[in-house]
Design a protein around this ligand. Sequence first.
Ligand SMILES: *Cc1c(COP(=O)(O)O)cnc(C)c1O
Length: 368
Amino acid sequence: MERLKTPYYLIDERKLLRNLKIIKRVRKTSGAKCILALKCFSTWSVFGLMKKYMDGTTSSGVYEARLGYEKFGKEVHAYSVGFSRQDIREVCKFADKIIFNSPSQLKAFSDEVRGMNVGIRVNPGFSYSHFDLADPARRYSRLGVRDVNILHRISGLINGMMFHFNCENNDFRNFSKNLDRIGRVYGDLLKKLEWVSLGGGLFFTKPEYPVTAFCRKLKDFSGKYGVQVYLEPGESTITDSAELVTTVLDVVHNETDIAIVDASTEAHMLDHLIYRTTARVVSPGPGQDKFIIAGRSCLAGDVFGQYSLKTKLKPGSVIRFGDAAGYTMVKKNWFNGMPMPSICVKRLDGTLETVRSFGYKDYIASLS
Ligand SMILES: *Cc1c(COP(=O)(O)O)cnc(C)c1O
C-alpha cells in the first residue's frame, strides 16, 4: 500500500460496508428510506457498493441531482436554496422529488413542476449543531420556511416536507425529543402529506448509538402521521471509511518541531480550517514525540494539529489522517497549485485501485 504515490485519499470499502449494513438495518426495521446526501460525499467510484444498501440520493443543486441520477440511480431528491428557471427545467429531467426552500420559489415554478412530487423545506426553529456556521436554525437563517401558517396555506401544493435540523447529532434522546416537537407542531400538516424527510446529521452509525430505539422511534412517527419517512445521511454513511495518506517533506523548528506534509488543510481537508478542528492522525499511533503537523500551502494557519506520536517524524515518514471521506474530496481545490491527492479505493476483496489521479492538465483546465 505504501507504494502508492502520496498524497492520496484511500476509501476502504470494508469500512464503508460497516456503515451501510447499519443503514440497511434501519431501513428494514423502521421502514424509513435512506438517501445519500451528495454534498458530503460524491466519490461515485464506490456508488456500486453503496446503492445496494440505500434508496437513492439527495442533492443541493442541478449537478448533484444529475450525478445521483447518472451514477447512483434509484430515487433522486433535488433540493436547492435557490433554483433558477433553467435549473428547474434541467432538474425535472433527473429528479423524482423537487424540494423548494421557500413558498416564493414554489409559486414561481409551480407551472414547471406540475404533476411532479414536490416538497418544501421547513425551519422548525430548533436544531442540534456544535457550530453556529452549520446551524440551520441560527438567527436570520434562510434555510426553510419558519412560519407554520404559511405552511398550512400552501399544504395543498406540496406532497411532503423536509426538515434538516441536525449536525453531528449522536444524542438519541435529543433527537427523540425534537421529533416529538415536530409531531406536536406539524402533525396536522403531516397527516395531509405523503412523506417527510428528517434530513441528515444523525450519527446513527456511531458505535454506541441505540439503533433499535432509533428504528422504533422512526416507525412510530411514520405510523402516527401516515407518512413515508426519509433520512438523508451524509457523514454517517461514510464515517470512518477513508484516510488521507501523506508524506513528511521537511521538519522545521520554531519553539517546537513542525512536520510539513505533501498536502494541505485548506486544499484537501478544508473543514478543519473552517471549523477550527484538528485532524485525527491514525498512523503513527500515540506516543511521546511532540509535533505540529502542517500543510505545505503558504497559508500561515495551514495546520492539521498538534500531536504526541510514537514515531519521531522525519522526511519520508508517512502520516495517515482519518475521517477523510466526508466534506473533503467534495471540497478539494487547487489553491497554491498544489498537487491534488489521487483517489484510491480498497475494494471489498482487498484489491487496491487508483480510481482517479490529477495532474497539471487538470489544474490548468480548472482556470482559463
Ligand atoms: C448537509 C445536509 C445533509 C447531510 O448532512 P450530514 O451531516 O452529512 O449527515 C442532509 N440534508 C440536507 C438538507 C443537508 O443540507
